[in-house]
Write a protein that binds this ligand. Structure first.
Ligand code: SF4
Ligand code: SF4
Length: 191
């Protein structure tokens, strides 16, 4: 008997399939109807500005150590890792052996805000910020010099001081760095 119904296109399952299709159609119309009466949640930019997460990759800054000195040691790691080669600088050295960038330049017209430079920076000097509103029509407007990039704070890692961890120069005295003990006098250990 079943065989006869299938041959005629009237199997028991086809009724359920039709019911399921109508139910699916009705529920989608119902959801559309509900949304017609919902309050819109569109946020009007720039009147409304959403607070972006601290790790948002926007405009780049050069930060300072807690003592107010420049963190950047002009190691060229950021410019080496940059996939579009938009960072350039020249290294210099102060009298106490501390390295710094005599000039530092980022061409934001080429930057793709990938964050690789921040990952590579050993001193946490270079940081990306959630700031993204710096558009313009003049392409030269996007070439930022060190004076434009350098800020007066430590950014996301305000307590970190690279030189306190590693010392200045290869011959810096032991026991002067953070969490470093004075060297042991081996003669005092003798029996
Ligand atoms: S965010 Fe990416 S593209 Fe931009 S300067 Fe850093 S490494 Fe280069
Ligand atoms: S910003 Fe960081 S990675 Fe780039 S040169 Fe300075 S210390 Fe090196």
């Amino acid at each position: 008997m079943d065989g006869v119904l299938i041959m005629q296109g009237k199997s028991p399952s086809s009724g359920w399939q039709l019911f399921g299709a109508i139910k699916g159609l009705a529920s989608s119309y119902w959801i559309t109807l509900l949304h017609l009466f919902r309050k819109p949640i569109t946020e009007q930019y720039p009147e409304f500005k959403r607070t972006l997460p601290a790790r948002t990759r926007g405009k780049i800054i050069l930060t300072r150590s807690p003592d107010g000195k420049e963190r950047c040691v002009a190691c060229y790691l950021c410019s080496g890792v940059c996939p579009v080669s938009c960072i350039s600088m020249a290294a210099a050295e102060s009298e106490d052996g501390r390295r710094y960038a005599s000039w530092f330049r980022i061409n934001f017209a080429r930057c793709i805000f990938c964050g690789l430079c921040e990952e590579a920076c050993p001193t946490l000097a270079l940081q990306l910020t959630p700031e993204f509103e710096f558009c313009g029509t003049d392409i030269l407007h996007f070439v930022y010099e060190k004076e434009d990039l350098l800020v007066a704070h430590g950014g996301k890692n305000s307590d970190y001081d690279f030189y306190k961890h590693c010392g200045i120069g290869a011959n810096s005295e032991k026991g002067r760095r953070d969490n470093e003990k004075e060297p042991v006098n081996i003669r005092s250990n003798m029996p």
